[in-house]
Design a binder for this molecule. Sequence first.
Ligand SMILES: CC(=O)SCCNC(=O)CCNC(=O)[C@H](O)C(C)(C)COP(=O)(O)OP(=O)(O)OC[C@H]1O[C@@H](n2cnc3c(N)ncnc32)[C@H](O)[C@@H]1OP(=O)(O)O
Length: 443
Amino acid sequence: MATRQTTAATTTGVRDAVVIGGNRIPFARAGKKYADASNQEMFTAALDGLVARFGLQGERLGEVVGGAVLKHSRDFNLVRESVLGSALHPATPAFDLQQACATGLEAAITVANKIRLGQIESGVAGGTDTVSDAPVAVSEGLRRALLDAQHAKTFQARLKALAKVRPADLKPLVPATDEPRTGLSMGEHQAITAARWGITREAQDEIALASHQHLAAAWDSGFFDDLVTPFRGLTRDDNMRPDTSAEKLASLKPVFGRSLETPATMTAGNSTPLTDGASTVLLGSREWAQAHDLPVLAKFVDAETAAVDFVHGHEGLLMAPAHAVPRLLARNGLTLADFDLVEIHEAFASTVLTILAAWEDDDYCKNELGLTGALGSVDRARLNVAGSSLAAGHPFAATGGRIVATTAKLLAQKAAETGRPARALISICAAGGLGATAILESA
Ligand SMILES: CC(=O)SCCNC(=O)CCNC(=O)[C@H](O)C(C)(C)COP(=O)(O)OP(=O)(O)OC[C@H]1O[C@@H](n2cnc3c(N)ncnc32)[C@H](O)[C@@H]1OP(=O)(O)O
């Protein structure tokens, strides 16, 4: 097992960063309601909804941090441009960051840490992604010819540069969910991991059904009324299928893992659908929230990221959160049983199940995680209780913001219901063998 420098307990001696609230636009099926919406339009809409909700018009915030996984080259300053197009004060700094599907959570970690260190008083974290307006690149041959032609000093030189273009160079490069180092899609990678852990089709469909049922119940109860603002005529996540059933899910044909020796189990129903959308979360110091007369939903306690060597090693592509969480728990003196809520991003239903199985496996925890035995089990009644990415959809960079805002509100509700503090664990896997995890507590 590769050794990793352990981090000292750094959570003391810094002030609290709190989650005040969130706003996202409803998530939309790819190619449907937001087919012609750009990342900038979606992120600005999510941001403006947040500004309106918390009366921040003209406010100069400490920082806005976010990003997109699929970005046009013209969007090099996407988040700053969105701020300039929003009702925030134009002197609000902003920057883009990107950590694949963990982008939104990584943005929240960055903003929370700056607040905790006293570098900023307030900030917004978030993300946006569209597969409908994805950038299409040109081949290396065409790109080189176009650049040479642009730099040519004479008409003849320009023609000479363009004459180098071959018919094969005209083939566009469309983005895919393939891992550059293996050529396998994330679905194919996860199918291998699911087969290795013996995850059944029934267990995956059960997770998918629960996701749709929980999300639909949350929408019906009004839970999202102060977390989502309608956009382009869409008022609810349109990936959600309140009428789906175990029978319908069982009838779907497998789409990933069909070339494996074991039966293929991953379908369109238990995999995240391709989705467009954007999300934002407002964070601040307690003092800033109080001075602005704003509510506090939760405290952003700590975070941990991890990466796995899925290229040369045998670990699954989406298993990094399994490695990050034990380190996060150890640093905070906690066990899995100490969490009232657990939010595990449903990249695929089997991702959730392989991570849960890994934590329950004595040998894996000893050999891969360096623990003395199994990390433990997650009470399923505490898992993704307001639905997750299978039902809501997964606009890659926007998922983290959705999860942080949802979790913070769930924590506030839980604490109010029980009269006791509540704690939540967040886990998000990402392309490239990455994973980001965090702990939130009711304020
Ligand atoms: C770190 C990470 O997050 S990694 C994850 C990154 N995300 C991905 O890799 C995206 C993976 N998903 C995909 O590539 C695509 O969504 C696929 C390949 C799984 C499916 O694509 P499509 O075939 O276009 O999906 P589509 O929405 O049309 O669904 C196929 C069928 O299943 C049905 N279906 C899908 N979900 C459900 C459901 N929950 N209940 C009932 N039926 C369903 C659809 O109605 C459709 O039926 P039809 O053919 O009769 O119309």
